[in-house]
Design a protein around this ligand. Structure first.
Ligand SMILES: [Zn+2]
Length: 437
């Protein structure tokens, strides 16, 4: 329980979190964390207390729970009935839906994310990308989860590895980067000479598609992450894409050639090779997209690049049933399984990130810090946000999750989100359902 605040003492906006086990690097550390809702950042606790004599407004006892950075999901198509790529007649409805979505999402522990658009016609990008830009400027905890910019997954992808992406909208880029500008909108792609961040943070494309590999240096020069995905690329083609600046693999194993002993395909680039960087890679550990052993193999191959993503669709958080999708297609949702009606094609997931994190902890022999890293420090590094997000170090944003880690007598392991803090403010508390945004 928070300590009482004396009425005469002015509020400082400072909270001291005590009695928790903090995820710091590869260790769980028992120490206090001081945060400010004024700056929205983690404070240098020694300095604040001993040099500036700041008394916290509240001291909260975490009762031995795990305290970790807020989760980051870099592949998120929608949830709770809201789909980033469905454009309503009236765009103010889109804005309202997005606001509601952000307040819902933060309760799941995802404090920042990349809203993801599977392949679309240009007019969809031109209409909605502006609303999905990084929302960092406002730093308002009451808005809930924060966009770190859009992830455009397609439409420059392989027609034979399209998954549920509509074939009619797929494109090639014979004119190079100019085709990307026409498709996404030139103003939505950072201009190297401008300071402010444009809406697009990451592009997933297939490097073997005509004109795409030559675009990679221009994409990365603009501070946009290039991810390889939905692709027929061979090991050699993927290696070349990395050499040109690709730093990420989108949902490893799904919608790409499988590992073959004579051509290791994209999985091969996780291995060490002279003169080539090893990329980050997204993994969907929802229990459906990949076998638990496959997930563990990927993690063991390159733990520093391992990022858990949900690839959640708008049906996440909705009851089981049949739901409409584009082109008169329909989806069938059964638990976490989401398929195109009348087929076995997986249509993304309906899982939450904490469920994926919990699965990975249950399946692997990874420690809690190693598991948490896959949704905090590693995605932050991939996005160039090291020290800002995904860490409990001083000066980082005070986006926090309090977790309950349960291991029963049979060795079953579960992680649950207990509290979520955004920019130094408590925004969700499982112990008090009435509390929240
Ligand atoms: Zn995909």
């Amino acid at each position: 329980m928070p300590t009482a605040l004396s009425p005469e003492r002015p509020r400082t906006g400072v909270t001291r979190l005590t009695g928790g086990r903090l995820v710091k690097g590869d260790r769980l550390v028992e120490e206090d964390l001081w945060i400010s809702s004024v700056t929205g950042r983690i404070l240098r606790s020694q300095e604040v207390f001993y040099e500036h004599f700041v008394i916290p407004d509240e001291t909260i006892d975490l009762k031995n729970k795990i305290l970790c950075p807020g989760f980051i999901d870099v592949q998120f198509n929608g949830a709770f009935g809201f789909d980033f790529s469905t454009v309503p007649e009236d765009l103010t409805d889109y804005q309202k839906g997005l606001k509601r979505f952000n307040r819902h999402l933060v309760r799941t522990g995802v404090t920042s994310y990349l809203p993801t658009l599977p392949s679309q016609n240009a007019d969809v990008y031109h209409k909605v990308l502006r609303y999905l830009a990084p929302s960092g400027g406002s730093r308002n905890a009451l808005e809930g989860s924060e966009s770190l910019g859009a992830h455009c997954e397609g439409p420059f992808i392989s027609p034979t590895k399209n998954g549920i992406h509509s074939l009619e909208v797929l494109q090639e880029a014979p004119n190079g980067f100019a085709d990307l500008e026409t498709c996404y909108g030139a103003g939505n792609l950072n201009h190297p000479a401008e300071e402010s961040r444009s809406p697009v943070t990451m592009i997933t494309a297939a490097p073997e598609i005509h004109g795409i590999s030559t675009c990679i240096p221009e994409v990365t020069k603009r501070g946009i992450r290039f991810a390889i995905g939905h692709t027929e690329a061979s090991y050699e083609e993927a290696s070349e894409a990395i050499h040109l600046g690709a730093t990420m693999i989108t949902h490893l194993f799904n919608a790409m050639r499988p590992l073959h002993h004579r051509n290791p395909g994209i999985f091969g680039v996780l291995g060490k090779a002279e003169g080539r960087e090893r990329p980050y890679f997204g993994v969907i550990s929802d229990g459906i997209h990949l076998h638990p052993t496959t997930v563990k193999i990927a993690w063991n191959a390159h733990p520093e690049g391992f990022i858990l993503v949900t690839d959640a669709q708008y049906t996440a958080g909705l009851p089981d049933g049949v739901y409409p999708w584009t082109n008169n297609d329909r989806w069938v949702k059964k638990g976490h399984l989401l398929t195109r009606e009348g087929s076995d094609t997986i249509a993304g997931s309906s899982a939450t990130l904490i469920e994926c994190v919990s699965n990975f902890w249950a399946w692997s022999h990874a420690s809690i810090p190693e598991v948490i890293r896959a949704v905090t420090a590693t995605p932050a590094e991939m996005l160039g946000l090291k020290g800002v997000k995904g860490t409990l170090d001083a000066d980082a944003d005070a986006d926090l999750v309090v977790l309950d880690a349960v291991e029963d007598a049979e060795g079953n392991r579960t992680l649950k989100v207990e509290q979520v803090w955004k920019f130094g403010m408590l925004v969700s508390d499982a112990a008090d359902e009435s509390f929240g945004l």
